[in-house]
Design a protein around this ligand. Structure first.
Ligand code: ACO
Length: 328
């Protein structure tokens, strides 16, 4: 069993920050950011919550699909920048869009989140004959979890959301999901404080570097080294399962973190950059929203056409990685 992407939608906040705007916070330059990352600008959320951005993308995806939201049986939202510890963003969006017959949950797999969510949706559909449509949303507002005094991370991230309505089909499909938790301390944001009444001397070291709560810490060099290996590995593992190679794929849509990571991965896989969808220049790194935002943009531009084979490849905090190969 495979899946069909019935329709997609996206939402990008109105506010756009150029590289030069970051000179207000840190000692940086447009030239450094462009050369080291390929990023020129990124969207940044204003006051709209992460769930609201996801809602807007979801409404467009449902409209494009031409379905009744009541026919959606499951809403999965990928996010690492939720507005709440609980409830799930998925439950909020489920109500907001009138998907009253859907189960709903959030999924946390960082920048691999959309790949994880699509594969989870597929597996749900595979085992539940009554499940007609699954709505997968990736919505992120990284700008709320950034240390604006850390010039090596604050310039990387952007905000945005994208969503897809999925249904069962007999189209080509393969996937590979993985995690290397040994790298968990290389990329994280804490969400912990002791209750004041029970505050005691700190007597436990969890091995994570010091960083204030809700601020992203990244060991850029280590994550970079991981990413350039994980990207080709994830694709090859999914491709081998269905006995296909890079030449069978029309479009590669990797996580958009850094153009140098994408170029190195293209070289490792022996493919020209013309087969890669690149949006990192104008989106920055939007974590799990980056792959569906790129996919949605390429579909809307008419680059990706029905019948073409695409490879979605994610990598991120966890350290997670994975790939989904499917026919559009
Ligand atoms: N402007 C100017 N100079 C800077 C900036 C900046 N914004 N940031 C760092 N520098 C300086 C450093 O201080 C350093 O100066 P020094 O040599 O005087 O010490 C110099 O530039 C080189 O710094 P490096 O860290 O070596 O730069 P590098 O080429 O490694 O690029 C980067 C850093 C862009 C973060 C890179 O390591 C990277 O992209 N890593 C991967 C990030 C990633 O892919 N994350 C994905 C997952 S995200 C998720 O899951 C949420």
């Amino acid at each position: 069993m495979g899946i069909n992407i019935l329709g997609m939608g996206s939402y990008l906040p109105e506010q756009v920050l150029t590289n030069n705007d970051f000179k207000k916070f840190v000692d940086t330059s447009d030239e450094w950011i462009k050369t080291r990352t390929g990023i020129c600008s990124r969207h940044m959320a204003g006051w709209e919550p992460t769930w609201y951005m996801g809602r807007q993308a979801a409404l467009k995806a449902v409209e494009k699909s031409g379905i009744d939201p009541k026919e959606i049986g499951l809403v999965i939202t990928s996010t690492i920048t939720s507005d709440f510890l609980t409830p799930s963003i998925a439950s909020i969006i489920q109500h907001e869009i009138g998907a009253e017959n859907a189960a709903a949950f959030d999924l946390s797999a960082a920048c691999s989140g959309f790949v994880y969510a699509v594969d989870t949706a597929k597996r749900f559909m595979q085992t539940d004959d009554n499940l007609k449509y699954v709505l997968v949303i990736a919505t992120e507002a990284l700008s709320r979890f950034i240390d604006y005094s850390d010039r090596s991370t604050c310039i990387l991230f952007g905000d945005g959301s994208a969503a897809a309505v999925l249904e069962k089909s007999d189209k080509l499909y393969s996937s590979f999901l993985a995690s290397d938790g040994g790298g968990a301390r290389k990329l994280f944001a804490r969400n912990m404080q002791q209750a004041p009444e029970v505050r005691i001397e700190r007597d436990f070291d969890d091995g994570f570097p010091e960083k204030p709560m809700h601020q992203l810490f990244q060991d850029g060099k280590e994550v970079y080294k991981f990413a350039v290996k994980a990207l080709p590995k994830a694709f090859r593992a999914a491709a081998e399962k269905i006995n296909i190679t890079t030449s069978d794929i029309d479009w590669f849509i990797p996580h958009q973190a850094n153009i140098r990571i994408i170029e190195t991965a293209a070289k490792n896989l022996g493919i020209g950059m013309e087969k890669f969808v690149v949006t990192v220049d104008h989106h920055g790194n939007t974590s799990s929203a980056s792959i569906p935002l790129a996919l949605c943009e390429a579909i809307d531009k008419g680059d990706i056409k029905r019948g073409q084979k695409i490879a979605l490849i994610g990598f991120g905090a966890g350290l997670t990685y994975g790939s989904v190969i499917l026919e559009y």
